[in-house]
Ligand binder design. Sequence first.
Ligand code: UGA
Length: 439
Amino acid sequence: MRITVIGTGYLGATHAACMAELGHEVLGVDVDHDKVARLAAGKLPFHEPGLPELLERGIASGRLSFTSSYEEAAAFADVHFLCIGTPQRRGEMGADLSHLQSAVDALAPLLTRPATVIGKSTVPVGTAAQLGVHLRALAPAGGEVELCWSPEFLREGHAVEDTLSPDRMVLGVDPARPSRAEAVVRTIYAHALEVGTPLIVSDLATAELVKTAANAFLATKISFINAMSEVCEASGADVTVLADALGHDKRIGRRFLNAGLGFGGGCLPKDIRAFMARAGELGAEEALTFLREIDAINMRRRTRMVELTRQVCGSLLGTRVAVLGAAFKPDSDDVRDSPALNVAGQIQLQGAMVSVYDPQAMENSRRLFPTLDYAASAREACTGADVVLVLTEWREFVELAPADLDGVVRQRVIVDGRNCLDPTVWRDCGWTYRGMGRP
Ligand code: UGA
């Protein structure tokens, strides 16, 4: 099929390259000329395993190109994916839909033929219905233009695999209007449907809610185990053993039950806040008050990490702290709302000398936190350190052996913010090891 992908950030660039990989003719659209030029030259503006190869292959095959022109987009295809970011509004809990609105405003007047517009962005429930009315009012093809919603569930670091082999697909359509969307989606995703991937077709509101509810559930699961971590700290129990034991119950499951520094990134934190804000607008505020607690538990983990560091060092003032990890999770260079960088910043503000190293997120970290010191390697960050903090569980850090750092650090003290190291190994080599929620 010929399709456009409007918005070429994380979601859009991945979606565009994956759709081309599936054999579709794809035009990526973005108002950022610089981004368009870089993508067209095969350069990905973020780190995502496997994606550079797909981008290159798509461009070389002639099936993938990029433009800043909405006129070109409207002429190119009659299926348009909306992959525009919906960040948290400055100083508020709700989502900022202005970029999404602008994209619809730019596209709609150019739709002179029947078209299917498929929203993929994470939006507050009710957005799709409103946008649909607006789109049809502005489009010359009027009622022949359909807006449906098919949320995306990809995880950074696994974006290609999640897009090409999703565990489910959801499509929301307006039940009051005739719809081509299901047929279009079935053609586009024929490969996934053939192998039995479920496609759930619902109304627009339910489809929007599937996404926000899924992220709220994941955030809740992480904060649940982090709350248990607090109780473990108070009682001398070990949250990692607790999580393993709980995880054997199939109704609970072990995934997303890793206690530590908590969740960050461009999705979970802002999505639970936008969800609470939207529930408030709908008069259903009480239903989601628990998410406030989920958010609070999560933020407390960062403070706890600072406290733990102070405890093991005696005082932060003048202490040399090595911070290993800046990305919000491994295999990503994303530092948006990163717990690791947040902790590094807090510790520095309290008088410590902080040296940060991350295998991929150095450039983004420097941009966001220019006042921190950055090292060229884990070894350099740890040189002369009084304490080493592991704040993102990159494989490189998980595989560190005490011998790698003996003689490099000033004090053999390590605090494991992701419970990703084996305490016995470090203690047996004479290190002081502290985890989160572990004795
Ligand atoms: C999340 C969801 O997992 C995706 O399904 C969703 O599509 C995406 O948001 C989105 O809305 O676009 P992502 O933000 O890439 O994906 O990252 P996750 O893998 O969910 O991790 C989020 C955070 O939780 C990370 O900071 C991670 O370190 C933390 N986490 C994860 C834990 O603290 N413990 C765990 O057990 C798992």
